[in-house]
Design a protein around this ligand. Structure first.
Ligand code: DOR
Length: 451
């Protein structure tokens, strides 16, 4: 039996209601014991001195793009999961906008095989809502569920056709399957490049209005009510969406929602200004769909997270190659490589006093797990917690450590981020997946005694 003893950590487990200094003993890949001084009597163990550090359940990401199959020049399951581990994640859900898209049992089987071959952490595939993500015909939901997808989504594009979305949500009620909507009405975003506001006007770029998101959020909430299906709203970005979700939840409609670290912390202004000079730029690294919005939206989204109106932080990790990004603004691919900066960036909201640390941890662990019932769906009791018997998926973090983002050090192939060179406060120092270290920061090495 291999035993790992983590000593003297501030353990935060929101689901178990834990927040205090204690030890964790891991036996054979599972949490054995957890509590004050529990590791003292353990003999013959590998040890981690976590004094002064914080230990939480491994983070769970409901939304990332691993690009395999089809776009291996942007990311692979191997590189994406290494990046995820560096970001503190031990479970990620992978979007199906691959080539081919994950819309059949055969593709699901091949993706699951590749996950088994090369994933460093748990990867849960998401299937398409429509065949080929073309938005015209439903993909075979029952078969996809049987293959093991945990949700369905045409992310990257909205399911714009109302009748199809209604049908998808009806299936959702049969299989208890989340339908994940990228809520942006294609007719309203047309060829929009960034948020429709004063920056889009100043730059002469076509805008993507907030109403494009809110119209689909409102429509899909109505459809979830009629069908009894589970609507999950991906990367919501506007204050109007928050009001609609709050009202829907109050009426008992099955709707859940996620927000990204970038929509919590960055505004549309960074597309044009770097914060140092008044010179205008067109920064394609800040081009993302839905677009970065206005300060007021960021405040309301953060409040909604604190109040549980928004259930989870999800990265929408969207790695792209240099040639996808370093081109004319309207040709550049949308998306931000986010797995490795998600925690440090979201910590801005803790350090500015708008969220507390346990709430942030909840939205990265039990929040996402509970919103998609992932414990049942994956047959993994205790997922997203440190409860005895659960898989030993653990993040060791220093919420106060200052560090500089350097994309050259990214494990992701995607170096596309507007926060390159930024100083962030709060860093993941080690990640343990089913009892095994899958990432250890050099700062941590002296604290490890591995046999
Ligand atoms: O900016 C985005 N990029 N938004 C999405 O919804 C898709 C993603 C991608 O796949 O690159």
């Amino acid at each position: 039996m291999t035993t790992l003893a983590i000593h003297n950590a501030r353990v935060i487990d929101p689901k178990l209601g834990l927040d205090g200094v204690m030890d964790i003993v891991v036996v054979d890949g599972r949490i054995g014991r957890i509590g004050p001084n529990e590791a003292e009597m353990v003999i013959d163990a590998e040890r981690i001195d976590a004094s002064g550090l914080t230990v939480t359940p491994g983070f769970v990401d409901l939304h990332c793009h691993l690009r395999e199959p089809g776009f291996e020049h942007k990311e692979t399951i191997a590189t994406g999961t290494l990046a995820a581990a560096k970001g503190g994640f031990t479970t990620v859900c992978a979007m199906p906008n691959t080539e081919p898209p994950l819309d059949s049992q055969a593709t699901a089987e091949s993706v699951l095989h590749q996950i088994e071959q090369s994933a460093q952490i748990r990867v849960l595939p998401i299937g398409c809502v429509t065949l080929g993500r073309a938005g015209t015909e439903l993909a075979p939901a029952a078969e996809l569920v049987e293959s093991g997808v945990v949700a369905i989504s045409d992310d990257g594009d909205a399911v714009a056709n109302t009748a199809l979305m209604q049908a998808a949500l009806s299936y959702s009620s049969l299989f208890a399957l989340p339908v994940v909507q990228h809520a942006e009405d294609p007719a309203l975003v047309a060829n929009g490049q960034i948020h429709e506001g004063w920056i889009s006007t100043r730059l002469g770029l076509r805008g993507r209005p907030s109403s494009a998101e809110e119209i689909l959020v409102a429509r899909d909430i109505a459809l979830a009510e009629v069908t009894g299906g589970h609507l999950h709203l991906a990367h919501i970005s506007t204050s109007g969406s928050v009001s609609l979700i709050a009202a829907a939840k109050a009426r008992g409609i099955h709707v859940t929602a996620e927000v990204t670290p970038h929509h919590l912390t960055l505004t549309h202004e960074i597309v044009a200004f770097d914060g140092q000079s008044s010179a205008i730029r067109y920064d394609t690294s800040a081009k993302v769909n839905p677009p970065l919005r206005e300060p007021r939206d960021l405040e309301i989204l953060t409040e909604a997270l604190a109040q549980g109106i928004v259930d989870a932080i999800a990265t929408d990790h969207a790695p792209h190659s240099k040639s996808d990004k370093e081109i004319e603004f309207d040709l550049a691919a949308p998306g931000i490589s986010m797995l490795e900066t998600a925690f440090g960036l979201a910590m801005k909201r803790v350090h500015d006093g708008s969220l507390n640390l346990p709430t942030l941890i909840k939205t990265l662990t039990s929040g996402p797990v509970d919103s998609w019932s992932l414990e049942n769906r994956t047959n993994t009791p205790g997922l997203g917690t440190l409860s005895p018997g659960s898989p030993a998926d653990i993040a060791i973090i220093d919420p106060d450590l200052l560090w500089k983002v350097d994309t050259q050090e990214f494990l992701s192939k995607g170096k596309n981020t507007p926060v390159d060179g930024w100083e962030l406060k709060g860093k993941v120092l080690a990640t343990i997946f089913t009892g095994e270290p899958v990432f250890v920061d050099p700062e941590m090495s002296s604290r490890l005694r591995l046999n």
